[in-house]
Design a protein around this ligand. Structure first.
Ligand SMILES: C[S@@+](CC[C@H](N)C(=O)[O-])C[C@H]1O[C@@H](n2cnc3c(N)ncnc32)[C@H](O)[C@@H]1O
Length: 270
């Protein structure tokens, strides 16, 4: 399916991921996502959208519970889709689509939508949930989880301090965080506004401990700071930026802890 570039579609430098590293490092995301999939009560013949499917580690688990159904994985990143294709090897019950969740090309198609670790990258949730509502059949369900509430607050405060130092301030002038971390109440209001019913939202802590400095640096570079690093010219300056955050995390007790919080979203298309 052709991707339609629009004014709200992010430029490719912001869309792309290092999918190989994501696939290898995403153990925390996969463990959170498996808990979301465990919430599903499927017959096995449903048509389900995996919104922001990434490299497909969880799409594979979804396919395992849809033996007579179909999964459609959609993602903005061509690297992620390529990795998902390799990983899932042309599964007969799977379609992979390049596209933007803010411009979903589906009307009343899906029995359900799942999404894990993706929706906080979409900055307009009113628009996003309206699109989800349109893509679902009446009575269809949404089971999702993304960053929310005080997600990465301590890490983000360090980041803000670092980007305001004389060394980096000019590069980050006018920069806005690329995430939307809603509260449970804000997300519930947005879902109701979009026409969902039986809305349940909640926030849960998901503190994540990395093993050592190398793993922490690789993890924050790949998972959190893609758009920050894209603004910093030169390998040496990027390394200095990451090293500063790694050194601070090494001095924490315990060291290398990321203060993740997850927002759970369950709702039915009314
Ligand atoms: C952290 S990954 C999560 C991947 C997978 N769901 C998982 O849990 O491992 C977030 C994914 O959301 C995708 N994404 C972010 N914004 C998107 C948008 N507007 N439309 C489609 N995909 C988007 C990214 O390209 C990325 O693959």
């Amino acid at each position: 399916m052709a991707e339609k570039p629009t004014s709200t579609t992010p430029p490719s430098s912001c869309r792309e991921w290092n999918a190989r590293l994501y696939h290898r490092l995403s153990t925390p995301q996969v463990s959170w996502g498996k808990k979301v999939l465990a919430r599903l009560r499927l017959r096995g013949d449903e048509i389900v959208l995996d919104a922001g499917c990434g490299s497909g580690r969880l799409t594979g688990d979804l396919l395992a519970v849809l033996p007579r159904g179909h999964a459609v994985g959609i993602d903005l990143s061509q690297n992620m889709l390529r990795s998902a294709r390799e990983h899932l090897r042309s599964h007969p019950n799977l379609s992979l689509v390049a596209g933007d969740l803010l411009h979903l090309p589906f009307t009343r198609v899906f029995d359900g939508i799942v999404s894990t670790a993706a929706l906080h990258w979409v900055l307009d949730h009113d628009h996003l949930f309206a699109n989800f509502r349109t893509a679902l059949r009446t009575g269809g369900w949404l089971e999702a989880q993304c960053g929310g509430g005080p997600n990465l607050m301590a890490f983000r405060q360090r980041l803000e301090t670092l980007t305001n130092t004389p060394r980096f301030a000019e590069l980050f002038f006018g920069f806005r965080e690329p995430w939307l971390f809603e509260s449970a109440e804000e997300a519930a209001a947005a879902l109701l506004h979009a026409g969902f019913v039986k809305v349940q939202t909640s926030i849960e802590a998901a503190p994540t401990l990395l093993d050592n400095a190398e793993q922490y640096g690789e993890f924050i570079s790949t998972m959190i700071l893609r758009q920050h690093l894209a603004l910093i010219p030169g390998e040496d300056l990027r390394a200095e930026f990451i090293e500063n955050l790694v050194e601070q995390a090494a001095a924490d007790d315990p060291p290398f802890l990321l203060d993740y919080w997850r927002l759970n979203l369950c709702a039915t298309a009314g």
